[in-house]
Design a protein around this ligand. Structure first.
Ligand SMILES: Nc1ncnc2c1ncn2[C@@H]1O[C@H](COP(=O)(O)OP(=O)(O)OP(=O)(O)O)[C@@H](O)[C@H]1O
Ligand SMILES: [Mg+2]
Length: 318
């Protein structure tokens, strides 16, 4: 999509990443993350959706205008844990000619009652001041959380604020785009799922074999290794998430390091290290599918989760 010079040029422009400071109260600017889509293994369908919805409209607004199609809007990424939702959304920042604002709801929620709504509003204000801008609202599951009454009330107010902000964006056509991420879209307040809000669901599935190989290669990049048969490891890690694979590589690297410390000579990561690291590890995504299946079968009025059932069928998950 982009050639390297163009990407380098984008990076030089130092578009902004804005997030809360460690005190959780102040919005600060930091440098944009370095990841781009190239660092994300596979997920071509999802990348394509993001290009269509966020990247092309900013690059070639005239095409979208010609078809009377509105640019941007919002996307909700969902799927099993560790499969790259956060990683991918951050990579959008590296791809796109826009500012990027990341909001961790977990952090916002932990603030004093009343303060979190205020802060959420600040984030959207900041986005409007810095448009075009992508706001990434991570961990939307946080809003479904505790059953504690006080907490529920607190959540409710934050949901209302989020609804206000999303509707405000739509009304003003502000060139502010929103990406949300959650493991549990079925718990999301239905009001958040109405048209113009998070009505566009995008399933982020576990990586396929070829993608697993790519992820393994990406995670081993720059480390001393033997000639490795990563395709073999990929074949043995069906349903492993990106995070699961990252852990396997981390463990294998540790084994090589231990040998290095013992022998005093730099030891490459071997196939045997990877095999050992794999031992006893299981894919962490399968529990998620078991839960998702219930919602997909019993409470999926809009057939939002048909893609999940299709995926399970195609891959023989019961
Ligand atoms: N497709 C991928 N390509 C490269 N790395 C990946 C990919 N998917 C996951 N990873 C690795 O796994 C780690 C965890 O992924 P990430 O945090 O994005 O998952 P997530 O879907 O947001 O999970 P959660 O639902 O738990 O928030 C990332 O830091 C990244 O290193
Ligand atoms: Mg995440």
């Amino acid at each position: 999509m982009f050639d390297h010079d163009e990407l380098a040029e984008r990076r030089r422009k130092k578009l902004k990443l804005i997030r809360f400071d460690s005190d959780g109260q102040t919005l600060v600017e930091s440098e944009k993350p370095r990841e781009t889509f190239e660092d994300v293994g596979g997920l071509e369908d999802v990348k394509k959706k993001i290009r269509m919805n966020f990247i092309l409209p900013l690059k070639q607004p005239e095409i979208f205008a010609a078809y009377g199609k509105e640019a941007g809007g919002s996307l909700l990424l969902y799927g099993p844990p560790g499969c790259g939702k956060t990683f991918l959304a951050r990579a959008v920042a590296g791809e796109i000619d826009a500012n990027f604002l990341q909001v961790e709801l977990q952090a916002i929620l932990s603030m004093y009652v009343g303060q979190s709504e205020h802060n959420l509003h600040d984030v959207f204000e900041k986005a409007r001041e810095n448009k075009p801008c992508v706001i990434f609202v991570d961990e939307l599951d946080a809003l479904g959380g505790s059953r504690h009454l006080m907490r529920q009330h607190h959540d409710r107010m934050l949901v209302n604020q989020l609804l206000l902000e999303l509707d405000g964006l739509q009304a003003r056509n502000d060139q502010v785009f929103v990406i949300g991420a959650t493991n549990t879209p079925w718990y999301l307040d239905p009001a958040l799922r109405r048209p113009g809000r998070f009505n566009h669901l995008v399933f982020v599935p576990p990586p396929e074999a070829a993608e697993r190989e790519t992820i393994l290669r990406l995670k081993l990049k720059g480390k001393p290794t033997d000639a490795l048969d990563l395709a073999k490891i990929a074949a043995e890690t069906k349903f492993f998430s990106g995070a699961d694979l990252e852990q396997v590589v981390r463990d294998a690297v540790e084994l090589a390091m231990e040998r290095t410390l013992e022998t005093g000579e730099l030891q490459p990561v071997t196939q045997e290290d990877l095999k050992k690291a794999l031992k006893g590890r299981k894919a962490t995504t399968l529990d998620w599918f078991a839960t998702a299946k219930n919602y997909a079968i019993f409470s999926d009025v809009n057939r939002d989760y048909q893609v999940v059932l299709d995926y399970m069928k195609r891959h023989g998950i019961k």
